[in-house]
Design a protein around this ligand. Sequence first.
Ligand code: FAD
Length: 336
Amino acid sequence: MNQNSVTKVAGNTIDRSITMRSEVENAGQRLARRPWPTTPIRPGIDVSFEFFPPASPSASDQLAECVSQLAPLAPRFMSVTYGAGGTTQDRTIHVIEELGSSTGVPIAGHLTCVGANRATVDKVIDRYASAGVNHIVALRGDLPKDRTNDVHNNTYQDAAALVAAIRSKFPSESFEISVAAYPETHPMATSPEADIENLKRKIDAGATRAITQYFFDNNHFLRFLERARGAGIAVPIVPGIMPVTNFASIARFSERCGTSIPSWLPDLFGGLDAMPEVGNLVAATVAAEQCRELVEHGVREFHFYTMNRPQLSLATCHILGVRPNVTATTTQAVAS
Ligand code: FAD
């Protein structure tokens, strides 16, 4: 035994070469568990992309560019948000009609019920259906600040009531209904348990999938998944991934929607304000790392909040092996 490799810790003689060997073995095992970098192409990963309806001609061009880059990845669906209280109603429906006819990708229409009477909401459901939509992301929504007193008597009072109304119109499960879920608990929920119960009510009313609020610490999602499964929620729970296009605005928005910012995140984006290209490289790395870790935990489906910008979602998908023109056969061949 090499004398240099022996050390004394708390009165015990320890052979450092053995300690080092086991550290190397541990690190090796950790690396072997990771899909990276030996098997960059993972078969069986599904993605979906969320857009918001544009408010100006230049924003329309940006959305068209975004869709033209992301649609070839053959996402499971692309969804279009809806301004609570009907603030983007016509624009949302217009975008849905355009995307449905131009891309061939299934389109999901978001729909909120807060501040709108039932007849109005029912009409939007019918307009979605006549535009060929067979997937609604059903939400309560939040009224804009200037309309907080805007109370109607005859509303669907929450997302669960909206889900029940949609399901009664479209009883077949081939009509999909997704709902929102909150790994870090909705800011207005009375407790994490009540929030999970609320999610269960939405599923029991007929929802077929939950899409989560975005989060940066995967532990929140993994613990939430465990609690949801423990509460008897069996539908897919798809993590919402927010690539960080602008750290300052994401930090502000996160405060309002209850997403915590881990201490390492500001540090990563610190000093990059004047270097947006570098910021994008960092953002793609962060999102890809986040997804890869979730893949290691068995997650196979991701919903990207694109903010109508394709690059970061595209880069993350590319790293995950979700690419245009990769047929199932090619994917299998590359992975094996
Ligand atoms: P619900 O499921 O009805 O409620 C969620 C939780 O919040 C429950 O715990 C409930 O008890 C609590 N809660 C909600 N409101 C209140 C209240 N007033 N008082 C007390 N407790 C309350 N918003 C849009 O406007 N347009 C969109 O297109 C849109 N898309 C979204 C997509 C996803 C995937 C997600 C995660 C969110 C989206 N949102 C959107 C935001 C969403 O509308 C808000 O988070 C809203 O506050 C709650 O909607 P919900 O459907 O989850 O409500």
